[in-house]
Design a protein around this ligand. Structure first.
Ligand SMILES: [Zn+2]
Length: 225
């Protein structure tokens, strides 16, 4: 039995992006961070938004989206790579907590994307097995962009690739993967209860720019490449 969402995907998005806009302008209001809010949430949580993003320390979600306790249900890992624990976390937010929006958050200058590019080069640097395996799902996006311009060698020349464009290709792949891996998520999107937005965060500006939207959402998107 699923918990019904309290807001539409569009309403969730508008409140989410308004928080980012306050942060960008240096006008954060730091809502829902006081003792009252803490007490209010002791026995319940009703986050309208679930966020799956890169672990990067500069992507501190409650800060960059100017929200507080109980507002975001978050799962993060290096390079936002879909794994069963991620799918489960997003499914839980949607079905048990009534979240109406999943935001997938990539960012520019991503170390995980840079490492995945390096791993696709002729002489990759040494990384642990766990890191190599975690980065593996980013590599098809690396190859995709590499072969768009270069067909002579299967080995990527990192200097000749736009890492942020690779990051956006991987962002799109991540959104697709979430939907493909989860009947619960795709059914919620299909019913109109859930929207998914893929954003790339610009570190310099502090702005989350939407590139992909799935579901009943009316959002002005920036083109992927
Ligand atoms: Zn990153």
């Amino acid at each position: 039995m699923s918990v019904a969402p309290r807001v539409t995907p569009q309403q969730a998005w508008e409140s989410f992006i308004a928080g980012n806009d306050r942060f960008v302008r240096g006008a954060s209001s730091h809502p829902n961070q006081d003792v009252e809010r803490r007490s209010e949430l002791v026995n319940t949580q009703t986050p309208d938004i679930a966020l799956f993003g890169c672990s990067d320390s500069r992507l501190a979600a409650e800060i960059i989206f100017d929200c507080g306790l109980g507002d975001l249900f978050i799962a993060r890992n290096m390079g936002h790579v879909v794994a069963e624990s991620i799918t489960a976390s997003m499914e839980y937010a949607v079905t048990a907590l009534g979240s109406a929006l999943i935001v997938v958050l990539a960012h520019d200058s991503c170390g995980a994307v840079a490492a995945a590019i390096d791993q696709s080069s002729r002489h990759p640097g040494e990384v642990t097995a766990a890191v190599r395996n975690t980065l593996a799902p980013i590599r098809p996006s690396v190859q995709q962009l590499w072969h768009r311009s270069q067909r002579n060698s299967p080995y990527v020349e990192p200097a000749q690739l736009d890492a942020n464009a690779v990051g956006r290709a991987h962002l799109a792949a991540t959104v697709n993967e979430l939907i493909r891996n989860s009947a619960a998520i795709s059914e919620a999107v299909d019913s109109g209860a859930l929207g998914i937005v893929g954003c790339q965060y610009r570190l310099t500006e502090g702005r989350a720019v939407p590139y992909i939207a799935v579901g009943r959402l009316n959002i002005e998107l920036t083109e992927l490449s």
